[in-house]
Structure formats: C-alpha cells, structure tokens
Design a protein around this ligand. Structure first.
Ligand SMILES: Cc1cc2nc3c(=O)[nH]c(=O)nc-3n(C[C@H](O)[C@H](O)[C@H](O)COP(=O)(O)OP(=O)(O)OC[C@H]3O[C@@H](n4cnc5c(N)ncnc54)[C@H](O)[C@@H]3O)c2cc1C
Length: 446
C-alpha cells in the first residue's frame, strides 16, 4: 500500500518536505493541509512586498503541488476543522510545518500600549494576511521605533520609508498602502541591543537602505568599531566587515539630504514604552557587548516616537496534542522526530532563523526518517489518507480549497493588478472563496 503522509502547513518547509518525499518514495501520497485558501506561507505573507524576486521560489512549490501524488487542502485549520489525533488516524505519517507565527512579547512596561505592534502582525497587515488585515495601525506620527536588528526590522523600516513610486512594482496590500503613504513619518529608528558587528542584517538589505529615493540612512560614527574582532569563521568575518563598511558609508550621510531619515541605533535596549496608554516614546538603557551578549550599563536615555514595532522574534502558538518547548518556542522534537508517526520541519522545528532555503534540509531529513520508519514498521498499512480526510471534512461542512481553486484566486489577483504591480492581493478569506465559487456558479447556470 502507498504510504500516506499529511503535511500541515503550505509554507516553504511543507513544500520542501513534499518534494523530498516524492523523491524518496516513488509511491507515497502527500496531502498538504493549509489554514489559508492561499499557499506559500511567509513567502506570500512575510517576505517583503517589494522583494518580488525572493518570492519566485513559489513557482517550484506550485509544480510540487500539482504533481499527481500531491493534493492541496486549503482553508482547513488543524485544531479547528480537524484534530491531530484524527489526522494521525487517517495517515501513516503527519508532518507539522506550521511555522512560528506569533510575535515574541516585548515584555517591558508599557509594551501593551496603543501604537505598539509586533512585526508578525504588522508585516502580515501590509502583506495582506487575512488574520491581520484589520490591524488598522495608527501611523499618524512623525517618528517610529523599530526594535530588532535583523532583516525583518529592516524590511519594516524600508516599507515605511519607500515612496509610492518605489512600491509601484510591489504587491503591498492596497489598504496598507493607503495608510503608509499618507503617514507623516519622518524618522524611523532601528534599535539593536548589540553592536553593528553583531547585527543580523544581510548586506543586500542593509545596502538597499542607502539607495532610497526620499530617505537617508544615518548612524553615529562613534558606534562603529574600527574592525571586526573575535573568533569567527572567515565567511562570518567577511560578512560583518561588509556590513561595517556599509554603515561607515551611512555615517557620512547628512540628515537634511532627504525628506525622511532611518537612524541605526546600536548598544541600546528598550526598558519601557512611555506614554499614558498611547506610545509617546521609548526609554532605553545603553549596553555594551560582552562575549556575544548585551549587558546593561545603567545609563538611561529616551527617544520620542508615536509607534513602536517590535521585530524581536517569533514563536509557535499552542497546538492541541503537541508538546511545545516553551523556552525555544518550537515543537519539542529530536531532529524533526516528535513521536512515532509525527514529525516537524521548518520554523516550527527550529524557530525563526535562516532563509527560505534553510528549510530544505529539514524536509530532506524528515523525508528520510519517514521512509526509514515506514520500512521498519511495514506501513502504509492501508490508511484512508486523503479520501478519509475529504469524507470527514464533508461531514463537517468544510469545503477544502484545491490547488486549482488557488490558481483561480491567483488569476483574479493578477487580473486586478494596478499597472506595474504583480497582483492586487485579496486580503479577506470570504473574497477569496467568492472567487472560487464563481466558476462553479457559472457552470451550474449553463
Ligand atoms: C517578515 C519576514 C520576512 C522574511 N523575508 C525573507 C526573505 O526575504 N528571504 C528569505 O529567504 N527568507 C525570508 N524570511 C524567512 C522565511 O519566510 C522562512 O524561513 C519560511 O517561511 C519558514 O517556513 P515554514 O514553512 O517553516 O513556515 P511558514 O512560512 O510560516 O509556513 C507555515 C504555514 O503553516 C500554516 N499553518 C499554521 N498553522 C496551521 C494550522 N493550525 N493548520 C493548517 N495550517 C497552518 C500557515 O498558514 C503557513 O502557511 C522572512 C520571514 C519573515 C517573518
């Protein structure tokens, strides 16, 4: 009997796992179960809307989804429409590829104030993720603080800094564009606990900040060390030296060069969001780096800002029936193995680190494990797989969105795109399902 595998989550890690399984076992069947009617996880909802070339990998994922032994079950939520125990009963193996979609809390006084947003929510909003399309952030402020020193923080700063013309070839959600491009933002401060050498920006993203039409990057030269010290690989040293050189270039720029400014502020950790229920500033403590850690010096200072966006990492939500490693914010696992017949890949396995391609290795490992485990246990033992899932969902009145349905949603988005843009994103599930329903209605009439 073919081995039946369910992968929960249609992000990069889910698709890499499906592709690896197709290769590892010539007969196995794979069903990809996804909460949204749209596939591709953070490629659609996380990767910046003005970085369209990064999203190109989804074309390979689309080919995987359309392979004869793969099916897509969109708009089906594990924990709402189907339980994990039920899924494990239907399939020989279940792979959790659900990502780490929750913001890590800021955890400082005032962190719950109006005007404080987590990057998962904020990025989801401007990328048209249905869960965040009603976030309606109030950006009526001259100054925004972005906490974090990785590419997510820099993406947020860039999207706030770019002009409508610079975003014209992006798929920034229309409702978000209307708010961002009307906002009177002049100063964006990117705050890192550690120094410029420890910052996690990739050089491409950092350098891009120097080439914006109406925004100049600034950094205090006194914060830039003369050289990169410490033990590290040659590759790491080269990358850090490159970032340092880029920041040196920024330190020579003038604040009055352009209408907006992005300030890189290092060696500072937020200790309190100021304001009386609504953000009006941040209190920070200066730090120094000891080893690889930021240590507070006791010296405090304040910066004014009307919005705080924290990009300090992501974690998993609770998933019924799954034990979570609370410290790491991931599914408790041993290199992808959770329990017999249950596996985990991607950010749900490792946490929010690495690039899209990093998830490929997770898929390869788990495909290998499933193949070995199935050989050992003489399964597939005739589990119903997708046929059983369809029957169960139908009983519950749940109509999965197929990959062909998604292609219709995509076609509608492409057809509605403004000139120069790749698509006009549908941001509400009901509107996506209306597109799916259209041809069926037309067919019924004819
Ligand atoms: C803001 C941001 C920008 C990024 N930019 C880049 C970049 O430019 N380049 C790059 O290489 N990497 C980038 N990354 C990293 C990259 O997006 C991740 O490495 C990758 O998406 C992780 O894949 P994943 O499959 O583990 O999780 P995800 O992509 O999050 O996919 C998880 C999927 O599971 C689904 N799901 C969750 N819970 C359930 C449930 N209960 N039932 C059914 N389905 C569920 C979700 O809807 C989602 O589709 C970025 C990440 C972020 C957050």
């Amino acid at each position: 009997m073919p081995v039946q595998v369910a992968i929960v989550g249609a992000g990069p890690s889910g698709f890499y796992t499906a592709a690896a399984l197709m290769q590892a076992d010539e007969t196995c069947r794979v069903d990809i179960i996804e909460a949204l009617p749209t596939p591709f996880g953070l490629i659609r909802a996380g990767v910046a809307p003005d970085h369209q070339s990064t999203k190109g990998v989804s074309r390979a994922f689309a080919r995987t989804a359309q392979a004869p032994r793969v099916s897509f079950f969109g708009n089906v939520v594990l924990g709402r429409d189907i339980g994990l125990d039920e899924l494990r009963g239907l399939y020989d193996a279940v792979v959790l590829a659900t990502g780490a979609p929750l913001d890590r809390p800021l955890g400082i006084p005032g962190g719950e104030s109006d005007g404080v947003y987590g990057a998962a929510a904020f990025v989801g909003w401007y990328n048209g993720h249905p869960d965040f399309c009603d976030l309606a952030p109030d950006l009526n402020t001259a100054a925004v603080a972005v906490i974090g020193n990785g590419n997510v923080a820099i993406d947020v700063a860039r999207v706030l800094a770019k002009t409508p013309a610079e975003m014209a070839s992006s798929d920034l959600a229309e409702n978000a564009a209307a708010v961002i491009h009307k906002a009177p933002i002049q100063d964006i401060t990117l705050i890192g606990r550690r120094g410029p050498v420890e910052a996690k920006f990739t050089n491409k993203e950092l350098s891009e900040m120097g080439d914006l039409a109406e925004c100049v990057p600034l950094v205090d030269p006194a914060q830039l060390p003369a050289e990169v010290d410490g033990d590290m690989s040659d590759r790491d040293r080269r990358l850090r030296e490159k970032n340092l050189a880029t920041l040196r270039g920024f330190s020579c720029r003038r604040p009055d060069e352009k209408r907006k400014r992005v300030h890189f502020l290092f060696y500072a950790r937020p200790v309190e969001v100021l304001g009386d229920g609504r953000v009006r500033g941040l209190r920070l403590e200066r730090t120094r780096v000891e080893g690889d850690r930021a240590v507070g010096t006791g010296e405090m200072f304040e910066i004014p800002c009307g919005v705080v966006i924290s990009a300090i990492g992501y974690r998993m939500p609770p998933l019924p029936g799954v034990s979570i490693d609370e410290r790491a914010g991931v599914v408790a696992n041993r290199d992808g193995r959770v329990e017999k017949g249950l596996y985990v890949v991607g950010w749900a396995k490792r946490g929010p680190v690495g690039v899209i391609g990093t998830n490929k290795a997770d898929g390869d490992v788990v495909a290998q494990q499933i193949t070995e485990d199935m050989a050992e246990n003489a399964a597939g033992d005739g589990r119903p797989g997708g046929a059983g899932l369809r029957k169960l969902l139908a009983k519950r009145g749940v109509n999965p969105v197929t990959f062909a349905d998604w292609l219709r949603i995509e076609a509608a988005e492409v057809a509605a795109a403004p000139a120069g843009a790749p698509r006009r994103k549908l941001i509400r599930i009901k509107d996506m399902l209306a597109v799916v329903a259209q041809p069926a209605k037309a067919a019924a009439k004819s």
